[in-house]
Design a protein around this ligand. Sequence first.
Ligand SMILES: [Zn+2]
Length: 282
Amino acid sequence: MSGGFALTAADAACWRDELEDFVPPRVFDAHAHLRNEAFMAPGVPASNDWRSAETSFATLQGISAALFPGRAVRHFAFPLPLRGVDALGISAWAAGAVAADPCSRAAAQLLPEGDAAALARLIAGQANLVALKPYHALCARRPVRIADYLPLPALALADRLGLAVILHLPAGLAPDAAELRRLCGDFPRVRWILAHCAGAFDATALAAALAATRGLAAVWLDTAAICDPRTLVIALQGFDRARILFGTDNALGIGGCRWRKGACAGAMPSCAPCARPAGKRA
Ligand SMILES: [Zn+2]
């Protein structure tokens, strides 16, 4: 047991039967979350599907040790994006916590109205803060475009410092491909990590969308929270494998999904029955 997480018999069987002979001695989890309610504004309801569950870096390390026994797991960790959070405060806390492991890295939470000057000061004082993590759901505009939740001053900072930007595209890559291509040209030192295989929780549009990234050398994918093997197959066949990062999305769900009172398996068909509104994705 680590925080709100407990290894199940299914987890243990999956490791024993399918993973133990396959997973290498060293694992880098490129998409993992931390959470600290101390940085939330009082009385602000969660703006994410996931219920409260404190996740310290030690908790995250404990979860990884339980899921990947005998493996050395490093993390790229960042705060769970929630409305009403003290973004600078929780980013500083997260970076300080992650610094316990010199081989792990952290990303700073970025709000749509983020103060680039304050962000620059924060990053200057935290050598392990190597990326920005904007989040579409923190912006009220619909449909939402990248520039709506990724302020240009912060993007210019990322370009100047050579930071990564971890981008969760809410409707997959297709509607944002042209904007992403333009931003790659305008900010050539930014490295883009398209989370969740470019938001491909639904695999059907991924192959065509990946074609839109051809020639963009600064684009990576991470596999966080992708449980549909079709998405992984399409990504492995249609994208440079050297730029596909393994990610778990731990410890996003250890408090459980608020739509199903703590037993959610994720944004998957197997999630049913679920009270999650149709089309909604975490
Ligand atoms: Zn995530």
